[in-house]
Design a protein around this ligand. Structure first.
Ligand code: AP5
Length: 215
C-alpha cells in the first residue's frame, strides 16, 4: 500500500499513520517528524526549518522534496508507505509524481482527513508529544497512564511550539491556501478518497481501513 494522508493540522494523520505502522507494518514517513528530529539534533536542516515551523509557515518546497526523495529510496519504503504531511503544495505533488514515475511506482490512495475546525482546535491545544519517539497523546482524549510521561518509553511529554494559538491560526490559513489545491490535483487522478476523521481514534481507524481497502 502506498498512501498519502492529507488533512488540516490536528486532523489525526499522525495518530492514524502510527496505528497503520504498528498494526499493518506500513512505514510512516512524516515530514513534520523528520523536521522536528533535525531541530532536536541541531542539524543545518533543523536550524533552517525551525523559524518557519514555529511560525506555522511551510518549509521551502525544494528542501521538502529532497528529504522525501531520499526517504523513498530507502528500502523500508519499497513495499509500501504512508506519506504523512507531504505533499502539501501542488509543486510538491508534481515533484512526487515525477519521482514515483522514475521509480515505476504509483500511489494507491490519497486520503483526505475531513474534520470541523472547532474540533481541530481542541485536539491541538491538548496535544502532548513524547520527546524520544514522538508518540502522540492528548490531555483529555488520549492521556498517558502517568501524567507527563510517555507510556512506551517513559520520556517526558512536551507541547509543540506550533501548537500555540497564533501558530495554529496561521497553519490553518496555510492549509486552506497551499494544501487544499493538492486535493484537486489527486481528484483529477482518481486516487482521492474522503475520510470522516471525527469521532474516536478506533472508529476513525476502522473507516480508514475501509477507505484504503476499497477497490
Ligand atoms: P506536521 O507535523 O506535519 O503538522 P500538521 O500537518 O500540521 O499536522 P499535525 O501533526 O499538527 O496533526 P495530525 O493530523 O498529525 O494530528 P495528530 O494525530 O497529532 O508539520 C509541522 C510543520 O512542519 C508544518 O507546519 C511545516 O512548517 C513543516 N512541514 C511539514 N511537512 C511539510 C511539507 N511537506 N512542506 C513544507 N513544510 C512542512 O492528532 C492531534 C491531536 O489530536 C493529538 O493530541 C491526538 O492525540 C488527538 N487525536 C487524534 N485523533 C483523535 C481522535 N480521533 N479523537 C480524539 N483525539 C484525537
Amino acid at each position: 500500500m502506498k498512501l498519502i494522508f492529507v488533512g488540516p493540522p490536528g486532523g489525526g494523520k499522525g495518530t492514524q499513520a502510527r496505528l497503520l505502522q504498528a498494526r499493518r507494518a506500513i512505514p510512516q514517513i512524516a515530514t513534520g517528524d523528520i523536521l522536528r528530529e533535525a531541530i532536536a539534533q541541531d542539524t543545518a536542516l533543523g536550524r533552517d526549518a525551525r523559524r518557519s515551523m514555529e511560525a506555522g509557515e511551510l518549509v521551502p518546497d525544494a528542501v521538502m522534496i529532497a528529504i522525501v526523495e531520499e526517504r523513498l529510496r530507502r528500502s523500508d519504503g519499497h513495499e509500501g508507505f504512508v506519506l504523512d504531511g507531504f505533499p502539501r503544495t501542488v509543486p510538491q505533488a508534481e515533484a512526487l509524481e515525477e519521482t514515483l514515475n522514475r521509480m515505476q511506482r504509483r500511489i494507491d490512495r490519497v486520503v483526505d482527513f475531513q474534520i470541523r475546525e472547532e474540533i481541530l482546535i481542541r485536539r491541538l491545544s491538548g496535544r502532548r508529544v513524547c520527546q524520544v519517539g514522538g508518540h502522540i497523546y492528548h490531555l483529555a482524549y488520549q492521556p498517558p497512564r502517568e501524567a507527563g510521561l510517555c507510556d512506551i518509553d517513559h520520556s517526558p511529554l512536551y507541547q509543540r511550539d506550533d501548537d500555540r494559538p497564533e501558530a495554529i491560526r496561521r497553519r490553518m490559513e496555510v492549509y486552506q491556501v497551499e494544501t487544499l489545491p493538492v486535493l484537486d490535483f489527486y481528484q483529477a487522478r482518481s486516487v482521492y478518497a474522503a475520510l470522516d476523521a471525527e469521532g474516536e481514534v478506533e472508529e476513525v481507524y476502522d473507516r480508514l481501513l475501509a477507505v484504503v481497502n476499497r477497490r
